[in-house]
Design a binder for this molecule. Structure first.
Ligand code: ZN
Length: 222
């Protein structure tokens, strides 16, 4: 029986214990049960320029640890597994064909060079295929190297990302799905959205792998 490594408990396991396997990585059934799922088909309230925010998991526990490894410890092969884990949640929505582009939140060129990869871009490439939304990584850039949002609080987060992005092409009439790995206060996503709207974007939603629910971003009630 082939074996995989559960990237959440770092144990090598046999396939009959798996919830999802992607290549050599997987998530075992017991780790899967520990994840905090958000309600399917009930998005979170957006921001001034984002209609709503969708995210399948709460950012805590083992998922938090695994995302940190993914971002900062060069575990880039987790991207495909994360994308697979998002699929059931994505299937609970039925509006993906209304988007013109899925756009990962860009990293500044210097950070991209240092890290070697944009973690959001790695995941959104898979989501683009799954959702049949064209993946777009040009025309929208990060012009200012910002501090890591996780090192800041409150207003400092808003200030940190204000004016950090720039469009190098026109997005008139485009309907955009922004993707980031985590949503904490939505400041980064909102800063992207302001810039894209200034360049003509018509409609913007955001999708993230995980959301910090303690930050009081409410579930949208109709
Ligand atoms: Zn596990």
């Amino acid at each position: 029986m082939s074996k995989y490594v559960c990237v959440f408990c770092d144990e090598r396991k046999s396939d009959d214990t798996a919830h999802i396997i992607n290549d050599k990585n997987g998530i075992c059934l017991s780790c899967s049960e520990e994840l905090s799922h958000t309600p399917p088909s009930l998005p979170y309230s957006g921001t001034k320029n984002i209609s709503y925010i969708m995210s399948p998991f709460e950012y805590n526990g083992k998922l938090r640890k695994t995302i940190v490894d993914f971002k900062f410890n060069n575990c880039r092969s987790y991207a495909a597994l994360f994308a697979d884990m998002m699929c059931p949640y994505l299937d609970s929505y039925n509006m993906w064909d209304t988007f013109d582009y899925i756009i990962p939140v860009p990293l500044h060129a210097i950070r991209l060079k240092n890290r070697g990869y944009n973690q959001s871009d790695l995941i959104s490439r898979y989501l683009s295929e799954y959702l049949h939304i064209p993946h777009k990584t040009d025309g929208f850039i990060r012009t200012r190297a910002t501090k890591r949002q996780s090192t800041l609080n409150g207003l400092a987060r808003t200030e940190n990302v204000r004016g950090a992005f720039q469009c190098t092409e026109n997005f008139t009439g485009k309907r955009i799905l922004l993707f980031d790995d985590i949503c904490t206060t939505a400041n980064t996503l909102e800063s992207c959205a302001v810039t894209l709207k200034d360049s003509g974007a018509e409609y913007i939603c955001a999708l993230t792998l995980a959301i910090h629910v303690s930050q009081k971003i409410p579930i949208l009630t109709y």
